[in-house]
Design a protein around this ligand. Sequence first.
Ligand code: TXA
Ligand code: MG
Length: 334
Amino acid sequence: MPRVLSVSPSEPDPAIIAEAVRVFRSGGLVAFPTETVYGLGARALDPAAIARVFAAKRRPLTHPLIAHVLGAADARALAGSWPERASTLAAAFWPGPLTMVVDRGDHVPPSVSGGGESLAVRAPSHAIARALIAALGEPIAAPSANGYQGLSPTLAAHVVKELGAAVDLVLDGGPCDAGVESTVVDVRGPVVRVLRPGALDLERLRGVAAVEAGTYTARGGEHRASPGMDARHYAPTARLLIAKTSEEAGQMAVHLASSGQRVGLVVHDAADTAFAEARVLLRRLPCDAVPYARLMYRTLHDLDDAGVDVIVTQAVPEGEAWWAIADRQRRAAT
Ligand code: TXA
Ligand code: MG
């Protein structure tokens, strides 16, 4: 099992941050909280450390990583070119849950980008993440700290469960605020193209730039513009089924339970859930997208930990506010 150290999420202890920096400098991997999900960090400019990240996650080498920096100046230093639009978006949303894809600078190891010519950069707002980047004085490559295609971690315990001894040190800063990953956009073209819906609202993006999200929506789970966006992704160990309404979800759950399966049921509306019976583990989530996202992965982790065979979840409402959540649900059910 990895070493786990508790850290204040608002005022991280400099001695613990210094210890994490020692682990980074010796080529090790440190998992840490961000405002979205926990990341599995390595020095972005150290190819050997990057190779360890791919191995720890059992992630295909073609799936690019995000380089985490303090701000636009550091991001620009990693980029081959830096469009005006990137400065505009950074000024509006960094630090925060926005990842921008730009051209990769020649000095950045290609393995960070999965061998490609582009590079994803993001300046996280979480105090622990920022303290680590500042103390290390270098960018930190950090995918979500879970195994390939698995559920992202929103608690340190999820990281330990997912990665075990493959990570050297886990900084436990408590639960992540957003609970869903950053919004990934490609800023190299004439418009801002959404590659992954996430914690930053599209509506807010549109406030500062022309955004192209249509292709993503239209192609749904078949979307291939972002390497690393598999149809199946973000999935619990249990099979995940989506039902249109809470009533339908309840009926499915009871039916599955009656055939002897252990069943989890996730609903978010106030409908009568008297259908839930002893053999069905019922979890209620909030009806607003932001608090729903905060608890989503945690709820699925809990049901996995409880050993259910199948999870039936009520489909979330249509509409952009729920887009990131609907995307994760669809991929998890694939
Ligand atoms: O919120 C987050 O973004 C978290 C925290 C730890 O910062 N990180 C995260 O990383 O979710 P990861 O590796 O699990 O997901 C990165 C996403 C993938 O969908 C990948 O395809 C996309 O970003 N991505 C990364 N680099 C890219 C690139 N050069 N071009 C296109 N897509 C890229
Ligand atoms: Mg991930």
